[in-house]
Design a protein around this ligand. Structure first.
Ligand code: KG4
Ligand code: ZN
Length: 314
């Protein structure tokens, strides 16, 4: 069954064709990221305008790369929520129009669940039940996943999302937007750091808080920023270490609490090399199998939407 997926929740316009929920025939992503960089974050108005411009060519390209015509598509899937309302509206309207015109089914998909589903698109499919850790620009949540269509939230951030914290800290350190990839790279350029930050523990809960560490970095910069050689890389590394530490602690605590041996990670921050390394190492010690999506499937994409769409219909 050929599914055409469409994803337009933020600044990416994406379309993909996936066969039977697993085989990626094409996966096309256009982005208005560059236009947002000077503002230090996504400007919703600009993002939705670009969605309108990009959607048709991106869908055309996804079909062309898959070597298929619209008539070969059996069903459509589109991101319903969460996301920027103006951007979402473009994808949803486009997909509804295609579905109506071609008289083929349409399933509307939750973006967060799709990020987790990205783990099922390559390699051996993970065993369920599992705990899912979703770490993106807009979300930091823990879920109990009994079935790929049955998610129950068991933890969440009480303030900033972790990706948002990366972006804001990068801004404080003058590193540009988006902050995650720059901090990841810069942290690797110093073997260790004397600076240290701590994320709120929120003991006894599976919740997160990242606003404190973000403010701690801001104060550090204000206090020491006038130094000749402010240690930007060391501060970036210390911030990243504090974030990775709490993500590892809470994700493994969730697995212990639910007595599950599978941990699925998803969202843009799942691309972070320190998180991938530390979480894999610590999970291994506890005999928990941890899954990260392939790098290209960590970021917003439509293959994860088309893939999960198949399971919603079958
Ligand atoms: O999932 P995503 O593409 O969009 C949302 O649904 O939010 O995630 C984007 C977020 C941004 O905040 C970006 O800074 C972060 O993912 N990110 C990273 C890395 N690559 C992207 N954060 C840490 N390390 C990375 N390597
Ligand atoms: Zn996302």
């Amino acid at each position: 069954m050929n599914f055409l997926g469409i994803e337009t929740s933020c600044d990416e316009t994406a379309a993909a064709v996936v066969r039977d929920g697993r085989k990626i025939l094409s996966n096309v992503v256009a982005s208005s990221l560059k236009e947002h960089q000077r503002y230090g974050g996504v400007v919703p108005e600009v993002a939705s305008r670009r969605q309108l411009e990009y959607i048709q060519p991106v869908v055309d390209e996804a079909l062309e790369k898959a070597g298929l015509a619209l008539a070969d598509i059996d069903a459509f899937a589109v991101t319903k929520e969460p996301g920027l309302i103006g951007s979402l509206l473009v994808g949803v309207s486009f997909a509804r129009a295609l579905s109506a015109a071609l008289d083929k089914p349409l399933v509307e998909i939750d973006h967060i669940e799709a990020h987790v589903y990205a783990n099922f698109l390559t390699g051996e499919p993970p065993q369920l039940p599992a705990v899912a850790l979703v770490v993106s620009g807009g979300h930091t949540d823990l879920y109990s996943v009994r079935d790929i269509r049955a998610f129950r939230r068991i933890g969440r951030t009480r303030d900033d999302a972790v990706g948002e914290a990366f972006d804001k800290v990068a801004r404080v350190l003058g590193l540009g937007y988006p902050g995650g990839p720059v901090i990841d790279r810069l942290a690797k350029s110093v073997p260790r750091t004397d600076v240290s930050f701590k994320c709120a523990a929120l003991e006894g809960t599976l919740d997160f808080s990242f606003s404190g560490v973000k403010t701690a970095v801001l104060y550090h910069r204000q206090k020491h920023g006038s130094r000749n050689h402010y240690p930007v890389a060391a501060v970036a590394r210390a911030f990243q270490e504090s974030v990775v530490e709490i993500l590892v602690i809470k994700a493994l605590a969730a697995c212990r609490k639910l007595k599950v041996q599978t941990l699925l990670v998803g969202g843009g921050v799942a691309a972070n090399s320190a998180l991938r390394q530390h979480l894999s190492g610590e999970a291994h010690k506890k005999r928990i199998k941890v899954y990260f999506p392939a790098m290209a499937l960590c970021m917003d994409n439509a293959a994860m939407i088309a893939g999960l769409g198949f399971h919603s219909l079958n």
